[in-house]
Every structure is written in C-alpha cells, then in structure tokens.
Design a binder for this molecule. Structure first.
Ligand code: ATP
Ligand code: MG
Length: 653
C-alpha cells in the first residue's frame, strides 16, 4: 500500500460535524489535543488522576530501555479496588453496576456496585483458600455471566494475572493457553445459554486438563444446572466455596507494573500471541479513553458494549474502563437472534441504553436482516454509537448511523488492538467530525503515523504502514515469556517505532483510514490493492451484505482478487447474472484492475470469535492449499462448505 495504491475509499467526502447539543456537554475538549501535544506525559499524569492510587507515582514514564516501558513509576494501586470499592466508599454502593440479561426471557439480574464488591471479595477469599498467591496465573473460561467479571476482579484483587479464554473456544485452544502461561487454576461454569439451549463448557475444560496436569483446581459456577462430570480431587463448586466465603477482603496495593493479565490475540493473522498488560498504565489508558471516547456521564448513562469478555474489548471496555468510571452497564449472555432478531434493540429499548459499542460484523448482519427489525423498537435513548474490530465499510456506517442512531448519534470508529490495550485512533465525540470508513485521528496523548517502505512518513493522500511513534500507558509490556518475539514482531520493522501490522492511508485532510492487514495487501499487475477497499465496494452494492476479498496467486497478474460474498436476505439468490453484476460494480467503483477474478456466493464467512474475517484461511482455499490454523474460528464447518464451493467455481474472463 504505497503511493500507487488505488484508493477511492479514502476519497469519500461525506462527513458529519459534531452535533451542537452534543459538543456543548462533551467530556472531551478540542484543547486536549494541544495540551497533550505540548506536554504528552503531563497529559497522561493528569488522566491518571481518574483512578485511585494507594501510593502516588513519582515519574510518569521510564523509556530508558526500549521497547520495555514502565509507566507511573513508584505508584501502587489495586485495579479491583478501583472498579468496585472506591465507588462504594463514595456512597454509590446501591448504584447498578450491571443490568445483566440472560438469554432465556425474564432471566435478568441487576447487580449493584456494593454487591459486586461483596462478591469479588468472597471470590478473592475463596481463591486464597485454594492456595492462590500473588503472581499465580488463573485461566477463566466462562459465558457472559456476572461471575465472569467477579472472577476477573477477584484475580486482579489478589495480583494473580488472569487469562480469559473465550467460552466458545475448543478444548485445544484452552489447553494451549493454559500451558503457555502455566495457569494452575481454571474458573469455568457448567455452561451457558446460546441460541435457546444450554451449551456445555465444563466438558471442554475436562478435555483440556488431560493435557494440563499442573492445574490444581477447577472452580465451577452452576449456571444451567446441566449434568457435569465431576473430579473430586480437583473440581469445586463456586456456590460451595465462594458464596460461603467472607465478604471482607482488604485489597493489597501492587506496583504499577505488576502484571494484571495475559490476553491472547484473536489469531486473525496467525498463531495467537500472549499479550501482557500490567496494572497502572493499563488502568489509566482504559479508564481515560472510555471516559473521553464514549463521553461517559456516570450519573445518568447506561452503557452497553456487546463484546464478549473473552476478547480484549471486553477487558478494557466492559470490565476495567467502565467499572473504574463507575458507569451502569448492560451485559447480555446470548446471541442477537434469540429468541428473535430484534433482541438487542429490545434490550436497548428496555434498559434505555445511552451508548452502544459493537463490531462491524454485527452491523453487517443486522443490515442483512433488514431495517424493519430495529424500526420496531424505541432507540431514542441512544446518544452515541461505537464500532471496533475491523474497518467499518461506509455503507455499514451509514446504516448504523441511520437505522440505529436515528441520524443523531455520533459514531466513534475506534482503532486499537489487544496489544495497545486502549483505543488509539478514534474521533472524540463532540470535538472531531466523523467520516464513514475513517477512524480519523490519534487520540490526545497518542502519536500515530503512516510510513512508507523506507520508514518515512507518507504525505496526505498516500498509504503505507501504520505505526505508533511514542509509548502509551496501556501498551503491552511484552509477549508472555518471549521478549525476543516481542521485539521482533513489533519493534524491528521500523526501529524505535511500534509496527501495528495494519496498512493505512492519510486522506487529503490527514485523517487516517485503516486499510486492513499488511499481509492482506495484494499485488495485481504491479498495483497494490487493499482487500478492504474491494470489500467496501462490494458491500456498497444493494444485493450484498458481507464480502471478503483475498489475493490469490495468478499466472498472468501475479495475484488476482477473489471475492467471497454473502447476499442480503432481500436479494434472494441474486439472480442468474449476479456474479457479473458484482464484478462490473467493483470495476465501476474502483477500476478494472480490482475486478475479482472469481466471485463465490457463500452463506457464511470464516470469522474469529471476535467477529473478524479470517482472510488467511480464504487465501489458503483460493490457492488450493491445506487450510492453516483454524483453532480460533467461530464455526469450523464454514471452511468445508467454502472449500467445496471453491473447487467448482469457474474463473471469470
Ligand atoms: P492476531 O494479531 O493474532 O492476528 P488480531 O489482530 O485479529 O489477531 P485483535 O488484537 O483482536 O487480534 O485485533 C486487532 C486488529 O483489529 C487491528 O490490528 C486491526 O487490524 C483490526 N481493527 C480493530 N479495530 C479496527 C478499526 N476500528 N478499524 C480497522 N481495523 C480495526
Ligand atoms: Mg493483531
């Protein structure tokens, strides 16, 4: 993605200025950019006051041994204290922390900050009884139930780093993470509800443990009441030890650099990496960005992030940021289509949700289902919408803005990674304009740039590699147990700068457009094309709901685009000429060079559990290779169907 990139996408001219009524009350101010520019560390020192320190820090950043950063030197704090106790001490013990909504109808619980404090303390005491000591690692493998948050905060309270593994992952994925970080305790549940039925979790833990002899205990929450195999030597019911434990527990203050958690990346581009986050900088980064980007008003807001806690978004923007900010949240256990396709909108209506944060994959799914579904619900409580996980196609942005946001809510398209721990590039609502498809600019205190192959910043109007040029508070400290791979992966491509692995373009205003993974860029007859642009062109066709494009080796052109397309429900089977129609549409939108060589109409796309399209698997199929590591795939049967379709698809002219 250098200067010769064909980039119509970033020529998108639509933009939305901050609504005046929003700007008048926004948490963020335009002056924050200037302040942070003049004194970056001073800005973060000030943002650090959003959380409580048992011992104040004496220095903001130690960058004397790059790429190993230390933030808030000398500071001591407890993350769990910040998320619960301090709100109770401030007199907000009766305030709802979570409106929890189970998947079965009427299965709801409101949990206050006071109740959270008691339960977290009980869980911490129970873990102590199980022999947990500061520094021990604990794996958490749970559905979206309040005990998952309680478990995370209990670990944080004891200074025992958690590693949350998404509840939909296989036993293999679980065991490899347990082994990688040497966890000795696993917290799980019998199961959870998904698509109207109880789904089991405990059997996967039992299977994983065959490979993990060092795990001492499995702490099991009873959620569904289904039968589970029981190993008396290891298994302990949550209700037997946590519910009976004392609610008194005094949190210890840990050093700012004490490990808080290890989170494995979602594995879109390869084998997951164990990202280490520490306590002080991470909590400051998550809390500050949550406050400013979501314009949080803790007194009145009901915030909902639909991510799973098994993903970093659930860590930073359900657990640590929002809880430290003391905001009331919605947490939902199940799928968006159970018992009907309007479930999410019904929850927003019932709980009067004010900010909603979700992923483009979900938005495109709702687009596919049709506007009439959200239109049945009163969504007027919403005042801000967020997007994360992938670039949001302009078409999906406009749909989100209109069908969900009533054309009045600003959208924050937030770019960040497991590694960054906090949002890095995003509009500031009330301050920055939004453009459909652009994450806009680096937040105050964050320094991002787009570099060319030689490592020089590209001028406006050009594309290159996204880098972060200065350390930031919530940055990963290393890869668990592998400092060398940490240096090699992120800091070797452009010495002294963090290489994100994503391509990006600066538009003529200098705003940033994410162009997909660097690995996904294809070279067609010497032209560098980004997959996201061809995908967005396809999604702008009225018959298309979702599209994934990969570059496949081609004798004539080096590489050629191959597209996998899901049609909207209203398009039926698309008609006989749909493939020609779509190819011509891409040619018209971008240019003949981008015209897909093959277009495959599919029912599903391979996605990671966090909803990202796994293009590397599609590339394997398109190039007739054996499909690579698919352990983080949401539904592994999808690949078989696609492979079969591919083997019968014809090349187009
Ligand atoms: P792995 O690193 O193991 O391949 P992953 O990169 O998918 O996994 P995450 O850390 O969950 O794991 O995802 C971060 C990536 O998601 C970013 O590097 C970027 O490619 C993409 N991303 C996240 N938010 C946005 C956004 N708003 N716009 C564009 N891309 C985004
Ligand atoms: Mg990544």
């Amino acid at each position: 993605m250098t200067d010769d990139a064909i980039s119509n996408l970033a020529n998108e001219t639509r933009h939305f200025d901050p609504p005046a009524d929003f700007a008048a009350h926004a948490n963020a101010t335009a002056s924050a950019y200037d302040e942070a520019k003049a004194d970056r560390l001073g800005y973060w020192a000030k943002e650090a006051e959003r959380i409580s320190w048992a011992t104040p820090f004496t220095e903001v950043l130690d960058w004397s041994n790059p790429p190993f950063a230390k933030w808030f030197i000398g500071g001591k704090l407890n993350a769990s204290y910040n998320c619960v106790d301090r709100h109770v001490e401030a007199g907000n013990g009766d305030k709802v922390a979570f409106h929890w909504v189970g998947e079965p109808a009427d299965d709801t619980r409101d949990i206050t900050f006071g109740e959270m404090k008691d339960q977290v303390s009980q869980a911490a005491n129970a873990l102590i009884d199980l022999g947990v000591k500061t520094g021990d690692r604990i794996a958490i493998y749970m559905p979206m139930i309040p005990e998952a948050v309680v478990a995370m905060l209990a670990c944080a309270r004891l200074g025992a780093p958690h590693t949350v593994v998404f509840g939909g992952f296989s036993a293999d994925a679980l065991s490899s993470r347990i082994i990688d970080c040497d966890a000795r305790i696993v917290i799980t549940s019998d199961g959870g509800y998904r698509r109207g039925a109880p789904a089991a979790l405990k059997p996967a833990v039992d299977e994983a443990l065959l490979k993990c002899p060092d795990v001492r205990n499995v702490l099991v929450v009873r959620r569904t009441g289904q039968d589970v195999e029981w190993n008396d030597d290891k298994d302990v019911w949550w209700h037997d030890i946590v519910d009976k434990a004392s609610t008194d527990h005094t949190p210890e203050a840990f050093d700012a650099e004490h490990p808080l958690y290890v989170m494995y990346t979602s594995g879109t581009t390869g084998k997951p990496k164990g990202i280490l986050h520490t306590t002080g900088g991470y909590l400051v980064g998550a809390t500050s960005t949550h406050y400013n980007v979501f314009d949080v008003k803790p007194e009145t807001d009901v915030y909902w992030c639909s991510a799973d806690i098994g993903w970093v978004t659930g860590h930073s923007y359900i657990v640590y940021g929002p809880m430290a900010n003391g905001v009331t949240q919605v947490m939902y256990e199940g799928t968006p289509d159970t018992p009907h396709k309007g479930r999410w909108w019904e929850i927003i209506q019932d709980k009067k949700v004010t900010q909603f944060y979700t992923a483009p994959t979900a938005i495109r799914t709702f687009m596919k289902w049709g506007d009439e579904i959200p239109a049945k619900f009163d969504l007027s409580s919403l005042r801000l919408l967020g997007s994360v996980g992938e670039s949001i196609n302009p078409e999906a942005y406009m749909w989100y803005r209109k069908a969900i946001g009533g054309d009045r809510c600003p959208i924050v398209d937030t770019w960040w990674q497991t590694e960054t721990g906090q949002i890095m590039i995003s509009p500031l609502p009330g301050v920055t304009s939004g453009k459909p498809g652009s994450a806009m600019t680096a937040l105050p205190g964050i320094s991002a740039d787009v570099l060319d192959d030689a490592g020089d910043p590209v001028p406006n109007g050009s594309g290159g590699y996204l880098v972060l040029t200065e350390p930031w508070p919530a940055m990963l400290r290393t890869l668990w147990g592998d400092d060398e791979r940490f240096k090699e992966t992120y800091w070797s491509r452009f010495p002294g700068k963090y290489f994100a692995g994503d391509g990006a373009k600066k538009d003529n205003d200098g705003d940033i457009w994410l162009m997909g993974r660097v690995d996904d860029v294809m070279n067609v007859s010497g032209h560098r094309l980004s997959t996201i642009e061809i995908e967005s062109a396809l999604v702008s066709h009225p018959k298309v709901a979702e599209a994934a494009v990969v570059g496949a080796t081609d004798d004539m052109t080096g590489q050629a685009p191959v597209a996998f397309v899901i049609l909207r429900e209203s398009a039926g089977d698309g008609g006989a000429d749909v493939i020609k129609e779509l190819r011509d549409h891409v040619a018209k939108e971008i240019g003949a060079i981008a015209k897909p060589k093959k277009v495959l109409i599919v029912a599903e796309l391979p996605k990671t559990r966090s909803g990202k399209i796994m293009r590397r698997l599609l590339r394997d199929v398109a190039e007739n290779r054996e499909v690579g590591d698919a352990t983080t795939l949401a539904d592994s049967t999808v690949m078989d169907l696609i492979s079969t379709g591919m083997s019968t698809a014809k090349d187009e002219d």
